[in-house]
Design a protein around this ligand. Structure first.
Ligand code: UD1
Length: 422
């Protein structure tokens, strides 16, 4: 792991136009879904991120021929000759989304051995919903210290009910069910935009999938899926990060390829702070012109279309220098407040008990050395550094940054920020 830090200096208001990269969380699962097919697929708008490179290593170890053009963001994957016997377990262990190869491999190749995944340290992040439901489908699943093993000569169509609308469990089960004979349902499914992008891809492959109210997915199994050509949706979390940058620096940023309809609650909260949000036709294109006197607003994270947990640390950063007090409730992950002590080092006034945080807005912040604990926390601290007096070093920041942001540092610089990956 590189121990690099992100160096930030107090910057002028960020002003200008920037475009988003492809969505990491859609890219990773869609790359995994190619294991359901045999043949040559093309994925476009794939961001150059460490997690994407790890997923490429995993696909290659499964026997896929992969060519990635990081300049053009085009990924060519040939899955004609897959043999998942010798998967790169080291790459699998490095990030949590690698668990998403389980469903495709189990459905197509009947057995899988997968190292227990890592990822951001934001809670226990078990995979029990995945395991329990593969067992309901008839798979034998067992674990030792390092690895998860699964065997399923045949899976049977079922109505699966999730304990919680888990993004990963929904995706993993959905991918497997596309090849399970008969009609299956996922009840209490996650319907994040990234899940919907996966559904679009699976449908292009020939899968029979229907999204039904209130939060159910109906899947009718087919015997075979075909390769695809697909362009990944743009990254709503990068959009959120840029809009927060505008809020924090009292700037004016326009993102032409942001989709407002994928982040309506988030945008509403920014408006409640006093910012002016302008949205283009059909939700395409978002501009945030910041107020000079933002008000603190309370918010609570939840599954989509609720407030995204991945924007919690960022939205909290924006509140630190707003006027008044607010409450922040994290309901998705049990341990995602590790950025609070770091924000307080910079002069923020936040206290937390369990899932609840209370915040009192302060007049100004001071730059200092802080530690990034996860990807979004890293970004939140960098953005705070733009408003803080002096210099800020976000230790461990580069490692986290490169997992999730393709060129956000360049984009911030183009808007006038002083940010360097060192
Ligand atoms: C995905 C996203 C991540 C985002 C999260 C919630 C990817 C690659 N990552 O992560 O950026 O923060 O959705 O929107 O898409 N849980 C269990 N057992 C399980 C599975 C989940 O208890 O088997 C719990 C988790 O610990 C967590 C909650 O369910 O508290 C939601 O997790 P989940 O939606 O599964 O998150 P990920 O798919 O890991």
């Amino acid at each position: 792991m590189s121990m690099g830090y992100v160096f930030v200096k107090q910057s002028r208001p960020l002003i200008g136009e920037v475009s988003l990269s492809g969505a990491k969380n859609a890219a990773l699962v869609i790359m995994a879904s190619l294991l359901l097919t045999r043949g040559k697929s093309i994925l476009r708008n794939i961001p150059a991120l460490t997690d994407v490179y790890e997923m490429i290593l995993i696909l290659k170890s499964a026997g896929a021929i992969v060519e990635y053009d990081a300049q053009e963001n085009i990924l060519n994957v040939d899955t004609t000759h897959i043999d998942p016997q010798n998967l790169n377990q080291e790459a699998i262990r490095k990030f949590r989304a690698s668990i998403l190869i389980l469903g495709p491999i189990l459905a197509q190749y009947k057995e899988a051995k997968i190292a227990m995944p890592g990822g951001c340290a934001i809670g226990a992040r078990p995979v029990d919903y995945h395991i329990k439901n593969f067992q309901k489908l008839g798979a034998e699943v067992w674990q030792d210290q390092d690895c998860l093993y699964a065997k399923a000569p045949k899976m049977n169509a079922q109505r699966l009910v999730l304990d919680y609308p888990s993004v990963g469990a929904t995706e993993n089960l959905l991918m497997a069910l596309t090849l399970v004979d008969g009609e299956s349902w996922i009840v209490n499914a996650a319907l994040e935009p990234e899940v919907l992008d996966l559904i679009t891809v699976l449908q292009k492959m020939g899968a029979c999938i229907e999204v039904c109210p209130p939060a159910m997915i109906k899947i009718t199994g087919v015997s075979k899926l075909n390769p695809v050509d697909h362009s990944i949706i743009s990254d709503r979390l990068e959009a959120g990060s840029l809009l927060i940058a505008s809020s924090i620096t009292k700037g004016d940023i326009f993102i032409p390829n942001a989709n407002a309809y994928e982040m309506e609650l988030f945008l509403m909260k920014l408006e409640e702070m006093g910012h002016t949000i302008t949205v283009g036709k059909n939700g395409e294109g978002v501009r945030l012109k910041a107020t000079k006197t933002p008000r603190a607003v309370s918010f609570k994270t939840g599954p989509y279309p609720g407030f995204p947990t991945d924007l919690q640390a960022l939205m909290m950063a924006a509140q630190t220098i707003a006027q008044g007090n607010c409450n922040i409730v994290e309901t998705v992950f049990e341990n995602r407040f590790m950025h609070i002590p770091e924000m307080n080092k910079m002069g923020a006034k936040i206290s937390a008990t369990g899932h609840y945080a209370q915040l009192e807005g302060v007049q100004g912040l001071v730059g200092t050395d802080v530690i990034a604990t996860d990807l979004r926390a890293a970004c939140a601290l960098v953005l705070l550094g733009l408003a803080a007096d002096g210099e800020t070093r976000v230790q461990n920041g580069v490692h986290h940054w490169k997992r999730g942001y393709e060129t956000l540092d360049e984009k911030l610089r183009s808007l006038g920020a002083f940010v360097e990956l060192r």
